[in-house]
Design a protein around this ligand. Sequence first.
Ligand SMILES: CSC[C@H]1O[C@H](OP(=O)(O)O)[C@H](O)[C@@H]1O
Ligand SMILES: Nc1ncnc2[nH]cnc12
Length: 290
Amino acid sequence: MAQATIGIIGGSGLYEMEALGDRQEVRIDTPFGAPSDAIVLGTLDGTRVAFLARHGRDHTLLPSELPFRANIYAMKQLGVKYLISASAVGSLKETVKPLDMVVVDQFIDRTRSRPSTFFGDGIVAHISFADPVCTALARILANAVESLNLPEVELHRGGTYVCMEGPAFSTRAESHLYRSWGASVIGMTNLPEAKLAREAEIAYATLALVTDYDCWHLEHDSVSVEMVIANLKANAINAQKVIRETVRRLSENPPESEAHEALKYAILTPLDRISPAVRERLQLLLQKYL
Ligand SMILES: CSC[C@H]1O[C@H](OP(=O)(O)O)[C@H](O)[C@@H]1O
Ligand SMILES: Nc1ncnc2[nH]cnc12
């Protein structure tokens, strides 16, 4: 199978990477089903990357319908070690304005019933998730943003992303509650992805692209798709520049990441007690430890 060390998951508004050369589309099957869409393998300034449109290229999948496990497993099958997520978010802070970028470092889970582990069915593992984002990758991402000096874009290093279920946006009371928790931004997708990436020992970081002030701000209209779309285009152009620069920096100096050893002490079930079916399903994740 074709390989790429760097993966990119594009969210709302980022359905492709225009600068990708030598493109090859691969439809991958995984033990967890098919990913959101074909994965596009291509070259960004000489580096092979794998790009996936999170909601499908025609935006046909709700956040709750996303095949998170298949998406991450497919990236693992392609050999991805660093995964950059680009995501549209609402702002929960006055200082975080539409078009700003937040390289988040924490998540709060407000999702319900989304499959967010590869384990179970006779194998128990508990990964450490206190620091859910790879610090080294996040630093490279933030440095890339800073180096580009994008007009009208302020960078926020760190911040908490509330991951809600959706698809409806929050009520005003919920929005105020999340603000009282000190969170910076809100979206519907990144937390299950970050957890599964950690279980798959893939370094993960999020570039959160602000589209709106959710519904708490007295001087701004409450979020609507119309409002989000108005900022998605500018965000998508900026995100592609940032990703390109991040990939350049990553390929020059791939960092060590604790994520790459996340399963070392996480598996509680004696390996010889794991059923052949589970071994086969999780072969890619377990092979280092078997
Ligand atoms: C289009 S507004 C709501 C939608 O946008 C974000 O998607 P993504 O994280 O994939 O960029 C948000 O999480 C919602 O899914
Ligand atoms: N206000 C918001 N709430 C949830 N997800 C979003 N994505 C973009 N803006 C959002």
